[in-house]
Design a protein around this ligand. Structure first.
Ligand SMILES: Cc1cc2nc3c(=O)[nH]c(=O)nc-3n(C[C@H](O)[C@H](O)[C@H](O)COP(=O)(O)OP(=O)(O)OC[C@H]3O[C@@H](n4cnc5c(N)ncnc54)[C@H](O)[C@@H]3O)c2cc1C
Ligand code: FES
Ligand code: FES
Length: 1405
């Protein structure tokens, strides 16, 4: 019987092609993503996190029901979906929508045309989330929209990709691309695009790439339907086992791959005894493993029975999304998919409630609850179902909800203490569950179930029953139901810090004039509890009591005794206070003034809580750019080079390069200790350990080589900790296995034995570094220069603030493509390494030094990088070097693609800092002197850290401090090495500057902008502060930019409005702030080569790497501009002839590092110079031909030049001259935020930026850079908590713990203006950099937050009797909602109620 349920083979359609896999060919733990990427030609779905948290892997899955003859489809993450769960399903990836050969889909074209893709790594997943939303909307019963549009609405468009992360764009253009399909969109509201120009007559849909209702794609192929129908004759359920079919188009077999590896392994084996016999293992694997899909409960238990008698490890799954939460620690032998048991997927509507099968997906539950709530006629009864559905819509992301089951969630909560929303809200709604063990069926309350010992496979959760709740007309009570959650993102992928659901009946007691509650259910969960609980004591206390301030206070005091987070819970006090806030929110609605009992409850009362749901605010934006046709096509907002390929998933990143024959895969073993001898590395006895082919370590470094993993001009960094691990996260070796997944899982089996004897205590903090004098040197030439005499400045001051602290934490890069390299050994100890690197030239050096070979033996190739932000500079070398070392040792190709957790743990990030400032100032706000004591945590190795002090000071110098002095220490600690990250140093320096300004303003009780402007540089002080880069007086545009911004954003008016808002709202506060930007940019030398082939095609090589910043696009435009003078049609059509090729360190040398915002302009300058060289060679030919035949076509010119042996390849090395090697760029940013005092939730209501881009080379590209860096800055200043444990090991190492901004946390209104500040003679065609500076402008959000928190603290200053001034508080970076709440006061509700109840008491007396 058990064997009946075993799936022997698998059939599915992928992008319309049939795939059939025999059971023994594929491990049942294989995910859809791995299958697609390693077994088929498709590479669209990307691996960004492997835990359901980023959306890079999203695909569309379609199912066909022969019974109803219907196809249903939904988006899903392919990284968690197991391939065997897709028997007879159809899968569509972004390539299936369209591609380069067959034509791109409208989504691809609109993503391109709205400039919605930068590095492109997130784009395929975005496209699929959008596609799925379009299909779902179009399949609905809604009215047919106007031709060209979908039935999607604007608000749905804004949520379509709420679970997809993008680290580059800042989401705004993606929202525009998606909204362009919405039937209710006003096209004029959409942002900059290539389809119409601003100011043209009203745009209409015909200008957009056409869209066919329904998506225009066959999502379920005919052949598969026929197959399913024919199978139906043999079996009722198409998902039960089928015999091996003989269809073989394109039948997959792993033989080729397997044979290749076996022969390699045999060969390896002869050299190393540690290698296992792979062939044998494959056979046993096929024998042991299995996927079972029982179709009845009886079959399930028979199966479990038979399996338990053997020694196999078993995993029971439905959607398998829990693998994203609780990572598998080993492989399983057998998988039991219970999704095929009909009872588990049935939904039964009963008069008393609704019974939902445990395997029902969360999405289906939402639909059902919505339908049910609509169909109910009871006055408030439908509220429960509606609110449950609303809450469920905030769980995970659309693509997770589509496969995640409701039962799986509850079991996670019951078994693993998962902080579930589902369990809490269903508990609040009084749900019961049905359980089935072998012998009995049990109906118990959800509360009882949660309290039972953890479920094991001998019990199945069958269904959940949610009762109908209705108001009771006889007793004149009203039903009330509310759910709450506090999470770091309102909509996308963030579990709750605490959640709750409250249900009860309320009636108005005429005698007392107050409301009384009965039948209360108060459920709380996720606060650091074993499982969701009911606050029984509080329920009991409240039932039957008149709701007054003192009874609410009493309830809250009892709640504090009930909600006790488990030891070790992060943000424990925060969670408790938010739980209190939730109960207060709920009860305050009735504490006074409910209109008519028995009718829907309205919230209106002076006590009531004035919260609203900001996640429902719609997004809007405005962009101002000026195109300039002086250097056409330079200055035009042309679309990004190769962008459709990025959207269609055909653009190749390192992991997309098909693995060469015999390729093996590596994953790092890392230290978990900060300072220890590595005595031994062992492996647990496990299935995963069997996958280890070998381990490569420092011992394998060739005799002439060095243990080097990275280097800068300041020093080297080891590849492996040998013999001592010097920090937690340091590489100790590389595990080699047949696939990346095997290597990753095998790495989890590592047990490292350490010995700390005779070693010093590790230095983990900056204070410890100071105590131990542990510093890196900063060379004198790099140490910034003091300005003026600080003592004199202080002597002139009327007021002084002394030694005040501000702390800034680290930030992780969170590029969507993690560090990766593919190393392929070649003849004579040469090596080709494909590396995702911003600095291939130095990667080549490091690899060659490690292997002990001449640099010329190593060729590093970088096509494109899936996001870098500085993290793929020096931090990319260890992976490239390790892969090369493994390939060198094993004599076969080795690929390493770090999984997200390892990447986050090992790679480091932005420098954490601790500053103490002392500042003197006049009563009119003029600052006379600033001194800064700054500690910078550089981590274990020097990297580029010695440049950080000068960049911090450069960021600080945006104001004229009078005298400026500092003492900066670069601390060497036993932490991961910190490296440059977008606007390194300047970001922190600027925040320190703003903190000082705001502090001064608060002491003087004046508007911070007044102090800012008072301390703006004059041109003379600018020259003093920025000698060599200040430029001419006419180019100092900051004053006008700042004035413009405050004017266009109605700053003063909004300050008044905010004051009014704050005085009317007790529990919501707003703040606004405006910050200036001065940013110093220094272009570096760069090589370039322009070659013209005999057919007239143009190929350009540049040193700069395309990391998403649009470098290739600008180079393409520059080539067209420069060669355009030889092109008879101006440059029309010339762009398409230009191809930019990947960087190759043996092809074009001295490529340098891509970073510092200036690589695009340097590469453009080199291209221009090379083009000029070509033109000078081609001009004589041109003149000759013109004399002969008038107009000369490009093709004829090249043909003739070729005939005359003209050198058609020009190579240059551009070196900036003295006048252009450093300049300043200016900007200003204004932000308004709102905070919720009960949860600390932050909403950025609006941000406005004005940025001086010179004559932008491409306004669309520059706009994208500015918006993207601003949003990344918001991540740094507000959301991203890069936490470590007491050993310095990074613990925020996943999408679960580390929250970069998502589409629901960007400013609700986002306006950006690019200024064209005219002619800059020393710049490349008068352009200025845009890549990094706008990160700094995001400090406006931080400053606005400070204002809002200040308003909150003032509001509660009386009731909370704060000891210090409410405006004196330290707002560190980041400042997430937990910190906001802390600063507003964890006990404000209690204190407030205490105050009220004292008055109440006095009144009654
Ligand atoms: C990125 C992401 C974000 C998330 N965010 C949230 C969130 O904000 N709030 C929230 O509440 N949840 C969240 N979740 C959790 C998510 O809801 C659960 O992972 C999901 O519901 C589990 O369902 P599944 O079908 O995938 O279960 P599976 O992963 O297949 O199974 C989960 C566990 O339950 C067992 N199991 C499943 N069904 C049964 C059954 N009927 N009887 C007995 N045992 C069973 C399995 O054996 C397994 O141990 C998130 C998950 C992800 C991946
Ligand atoms: S890779 Fe699947 S969600 Fe991130
Ligand atoms: S374009 Fe979205 S992550 Fe790079």
């Amino acid at each position: 019987m058990a064997e009946d349920a075993r799936l022997e083979s698998l059939v599915l359609a992928l992008n319309g092609q049939r795939y059939e896999v025999a059971g023994c060919d594929i491990d049942p733990s294989t995910t859809l993503l791995e299958f697609i990427r390693t077994r088929t030609p498709f590479r669209g779905p990307k691996l960004g996190c492997g835990e359901g948290g980023c959306g890079a892997c999203v695909v569309l899955i379609a199912k066909y029901s022969p019974a109803t003859d219907e196809v249903t489809s939904f988006s899903a993450n392919s990284c968690l979906t197991l391939i065997y769960s897709l028997n007879f399903c159809s899968v569509i990836t972004t390539e299936g929508l369209g591609n380069a050969r067959d034509g791109f889909h409208s989504i691809h074209k609109r993503m391109s045309g709205f400039h919605a893709s930068q590095c492109g790594f997130c784009t395929p997943g975005m496209c699929m989330s959008i596609f799925s939303s379009l299909v779902t909307a179009d399949n609905s019963e809604r009215q047919k929209p106007t031709d060209g549009f979908s039935k999607l609405t604007v608000s749905e468009a804004e949520n379509a990709f709420s679970g997809n992360l993008c680290r580059c764009t800042g989401y705004r253009p993606i929202v525009d691309a998606c909204k362009s399909f919405a039937s209710d969109v006003d096209l004029e509201d959409l942002g900059l695009n290539i389809f119409w120009k601003k100011g043209n007559k009203k745009p209409d849909v015909s200008k957009l790439p056409s869209y066919t209702l329904g998506g225009g794609i066959c999502i379920f192929p005919e052949f598969l339907m026929s197959e399913i129908k024919s199978l139906k004759d043999h079996a009722d359920n198409v998902n039960i086992p089928v015999s091996k079919g003989n269809h073989c188009h394109p039948r997959l077999s792993s033989n080729t791959l397997c044979c290749g590896i076996c022969s390699l392994l045999d060969c390896l084996k002869s050299g190393s005894k540690s290698l296992r016999n792979h062939k044998t293992d494959v056979n046993t694997t096929a024998y042991k493993k299995g996927w079972y899909r029982p179709t009845s409960i009886t079959q399930y238990f028979k199966l479990i029975n038979s399996i338990q008698s053997s020694d196999s490890s078993v995993k029971v799954v439905v959607g398998n999304t829990s693998a994203g939460v609780y990572k598998d620690q080993d492989f399983y032998n057998k998988y039991i998919d219970i999704g095929g048991i009909p009872e588990l997927s049935s939904i039964i509507r009963k008069p008393e409630g609704i019974q939902i099968g445990a395997a029902t997906t969360i999405s289906r539950c939402i639909e059902t609850l919505v339908q049910e709530s609509k169909s109910m006629c009871s006055p408030n009864g439908s509220d429960v179902f509606r609110k449950l559905a609303e809450h469920l819509s905030k769980v995970a992301s659309p693509f997770v909800r589509n496969t995640a089951s409701i039962g799986g969630n509850i079991v996670l909560a019951q078994k693993y203490q998962f902080p579930s929303d589902v369990a809490t809200i269903l508990l609040g709604a009084g749900s019961t569950v049905c359980l089935q063990s072998v012998v009995e069926r049990q109906h118990i309350t959800l509360e009882e179930f949660l309290e039972q010992p953890p479920l094991n496979t001998t019990t199945l959760l069958i269904s959940i029953f949610v009762p109908h709740w209705i108001s009771d007309p006889h007793t004149e009570t009203s039903l009330v139901f509310q759910t709450y959650r506090a999470a770091s993102r309102p909509l996308g992928n963030a579990v709750s810090y605490v959640n709750s659901a409250f249900l009860g009946h309320v009636f108005f007691e005429g005698s007392s004039g107050k409301f009384v509650l009965s039948n209360l259910h108060l459920a709380f969960g996720a606060y650091g509890t074993e499982h969701a609980i009911k606050a029984r004591k509080v329920e009991k206390f409240l039932i039957g009591k008149s709701l007054t301030a003192s009874s609410v206070l009493g309830a809250i005091q009892l709640l504090r005794e009930t909600i006790v987070p488990m030891k070790g819970t992060l943000h424990a006090e925060y969670r408790v206070s938010v739980a209190v806030g939730f109960l207060f929110s709920f009860l305050s609605s009735f504490a006074k003034g409910m209109a008519v009992p028995g009718k829907p409850v309205t919230i209106s009362s002076t006590y009531s809580v004035d919260t609203h749901d900001n996640s429902e605010l719609s997004l809007s934006s405005h962009q101002e750019t000026i195109s300039d046709d002086e250097y056409k096509p330079i200055g035009e907002p042309t679309k990004k080079y190769g962008v459709e390929l990025q959207a269609s998933g055909e653009a190749a990143y390192v992991d997309d390069i098909p693995a060469p024959k015999n390729c093996l895969h590596g994953e790092f073993i890392y230290s978990t200790q900060p300072l220890a001898y590595v005595k031994n590395i062992k492996f647990k006895s496990s299935l995963a350990s069997e996958k280890i082919i070998t381990v490569v370590s420092a011992k394998d470094i060739p005799r002439n080589g060095q243990n080097i993993g990275s280097m800068t001009r300041f020093g080297d960094e080891s590849l492996f900790g040998d013999p001592i691990a010097e920090y937690a996260g340091q590489a100790l070796g590389v595990i080699i296995a047949e696939t990346q997944r095997y290597a990753d899982m095998a790495a989890k089996q590592v047990v490292v034995e350490y010995d700390m004897a005779d070693l010093n205590t590790p230095i983990l903090t900056m204070e410890q570094a100071v105590q131990n004098n542990s510093y890196f040197d900063v060379p004198a030439v790099l140490y910034p220069k003091q300005i003026g005499d600080f003592s004199k400045g202080m002597a002139e001051a009327d007021h002084k603030i002394l030694s005040t602290e501000v702390k800034l934490a680290s930030q992780y890069y969170f590029y969507m493509e993690t560090q990766t390299a593919l190393a392929i050994p070649d003849e004579n100890d040469t090596m080709v390494v494909y590396s995702s690197s911003q600095y291939p030239e130095l990667a080549q050096t490091v690899i060659a030094r490690c292997l002990g070979v001449p640099f010329g033996n190593v060729r590093v190739i970088t096509r494109r990088v899936g996001g870098g932000f500085g993290g793929k500079g020096y931090r990319s070398f260890p992976v490239a070097t390790a892969a090369a070392l493994c390939a060198y040792k094993l004599k076969c190709p080795v690929k390493m693609y770090l999984n997200r957790n390892t990447d986050m743990l090992m790679v480091g990030g932005r420098h954490p800092m601790k500053a103490h400032y002392s500042v003197g100032f006049k009563s009119d706000g003029k600052i006379t002197g600033l001194h800064l004591d700054l500690l910078i945590d550089a981590g274990i190795s020097v990297d580029l850290s010695p440049i950080i002090p000068s960049s911090v000071i450069s960021g600080l110098k945006k104001y004229n401090w009078g005298a400026l002095s500092f003492d900066i220490k670069l601390c060497k600690t036993n932490n991961t090495s910190k490296s440059t990250m977008r606007a390194p140093g300047e970001t922190q320096g600027s925040l320190i500057a703003e903190t000082v300004i705001e502090h001064v303003a608060s002491v003087l009780s004046v508007d911070a902008n007044y102090v800012r402007e008072k301390n703006f540089h004059t041109y003379d002080s600018l020259v003093l502060y920025f000698p060599g880069s200040a430029g001419e007086a006419s180019t100092y545009t900051l004053h006008s930019i700042f004035d413009r911004l405050t004017l266009t954003s109605s700053y003063l008016n909004r300050v008044d409005l905010i004051q009014q808002f704050n005085s009317c709202n007790k529990w919501l506060k707003r703040g606004i702030s405006c910050v200036p930007l001065i940013y110093s940019v220094a272009p570096r030398p760069a090589p370039g080569r322009v070659s013209v082939l005999n057919d007239g095609s143009i190929v350009v090589d540049v040193g700069g790497i395309e990391i998403g910043q649009g470098l290739w696009t600008k180079v393409q435009q520059m080539t067209a501009f420069a060669l355009g003078q030889l092109w008879p049609e101006g440059c029309e059509g010339l762009l398409e002839r230009v191809r930019i090729v990947q960087a190759d360190t043996l092809n074009l040398i001295q490529g340098g590092v891509t970073g510092g915002s200036s690589s695009s302009e340097s590469s453009c300058a080199a291209t221009l110079q090379a083009c000029k060289m070509l033109i000078s060679r081609l001009n004589p030919v041109m003149n000759k031909l013109r004399l002969e035949s008038g107009t000369v076509s490009w093709d004829n010119l090249i043909a003739q030049a070729s005939k005359e042996n003209v050198n058609l390849s020009a190579s240059v090395y551009w070196v900036p001259d003295n006048g252009s090697n450093s300049y300043l760029t200016y900007g200003a940013g204004l932000s308004e935020v709102e905070i919720d005092l009960l949860t600390g939730a932050i909403t950025i209501l609006r941000s406005d930026l004005v940025y001086d881009c010179g004559k932008s080379l491409n306004p669309a590209v520059d706009l994208g850079q500015i918006e993207g860096s601003f949003i990344q800055g918001i991540g740094f200043f507000i959301h991203e908590e890069h936490q470590t444990n007491s050993d310095g090991l990074v613990v925020s190492n996943s999408t679960w713990d580390y929250k970069i901004p998502s589409v629901d946390t960007i400013p609700k209104q986002f306006n950006v203006e690019l200024l064209n500040t005219g002619y800059h003679k020393n710049r490349v065609l008068s352009s200025k950099a845009s890549g990094e500076p706008a990160v700094v402008l995001a400090s406006s959000v931080h400053c606005a937050l400070r204002e809002a928190i200040g308003a909150a603290r003032k509001e509660f200053a009386d009731s909370t009797r704060q000891k210090s001034s409410p405006l004196t508080f330290q707002l560190n970076v980041p400042s997430p909602m937990t910190l906001v709440k802390e600063l507003c006061g964890f006990d404000i509700v209690d204190k407030y109620l205490e105050n009220l109840s004292t008055h109440e008491f006095a009144n009654e007396a």
